[in-house]
Design a protein around this ligand. Structure first.
Ligand code: SAM
Length: 221
């Protein structure tokens, strides 16, 4: 761990937005999952959520199984797995998130009309059938990116990026990237996990608190 690398980790963590997330409902193409997680990292999403595809396969990021942690953006954005979209929507609402389903319905509004400075989860649907009706009606709102072409829908990762960068625009205007949104304790824990992933897994296994790091990211023994 170099001091420069540790400084970058702290800089990135200090802009993470724990109150902005996505729920991917059975998005089954690995390259789409990867692209969405990359966008999450760029926008500052701390954690994403996913319901794995119904075909029994694990969530897969370009050859890495769901649990794999090396070499891609999902190293920096934890993905929490849920058994069903309905349950995930209700859990996230219970945690204070407004869930906005990307879904065309009577109550859909242009995605730019939503207030993303509120704790927000963007619900994204499967490539083939989109967001299920049950999850879309349980959501707090339905949003849509207006389409004026011959094709009816965008690629799911393109839709995710369009909406998440609008969220970033609103949050920048509200100065939500100016000060850390993570508590000092959470920022410290995440900094240790990002700096020392293997060691942090061992600490978690032993159920021990992480050691303290000095200003250069070195472990204080
Ligand atoms: N046939 C599917 C349907 O009827 O919903 C198309 C699904 S689309 C290829 C996959 C996902 O991308 C959607 O569930 C939604 O999350 C997102 N998406 C695609 N186009 C969108 C748009 N114009 N507005 C909002 N979300 C969109």
């Amino acid at each position: 761990m170099t001091p420069e690398r540790y400084a970058k980790i702290l800089r990135v963590l200090s802009r993470r937005q724990p109150t902005l997330t996505v729920l991917m409902d059975q998005v089954n193409k690995p390259h789409n999952l990867s692209a969405i997680i990359r966008t999450c990292d760029a926008v500052g999403v701390l954690e994403a959520h996913a319901v794995p595809p119904d075909d029994g396969r694990p969530l897969d990021f370009e050859g890495h199984t769901f649990e794999a942690t090396s070499g891609s953006a999902h190293k920096w954005v934890r993905v929490r797995r849920h058994a069903s979209a309905a349950q995930a929507v209700s859990d996230l609402q219970g945690q204070g998130f407004q869930v906005l389903a990307t879904h065309l319905s009577q109550r859909s509004v242009d995605y730019r009309e939503a207030d993303y400075t509120r704790p927000t989860c963007v619900l994204l649907g499967a490539e083939k059938w989109g967001v299920g009706d049950a999850a879309a009606s349980a959501a707090d709102g339905n949003i849509i990116i207006p389409m004026f072409g011959m094709v009816q829908s965008l690629n799911v990762s393109v839709a995710a990026a369009t909406i998440l960068f609008e969220a970033q625009r609103q949050r920048l205007a509200a100065r939500m990237y100016d000060a850390p949104q993570l508590s000092p304790a959470e920022l410290r824990d995440r900094a240790f996990e990002w700096s020392y992933p293997d060691m942090s897994a061992e600490y978690r296994e032993r159920d021990e608190p992480y050691p303290t790091l000095d200003d250069a990211g070195q472990i204080i023994l």
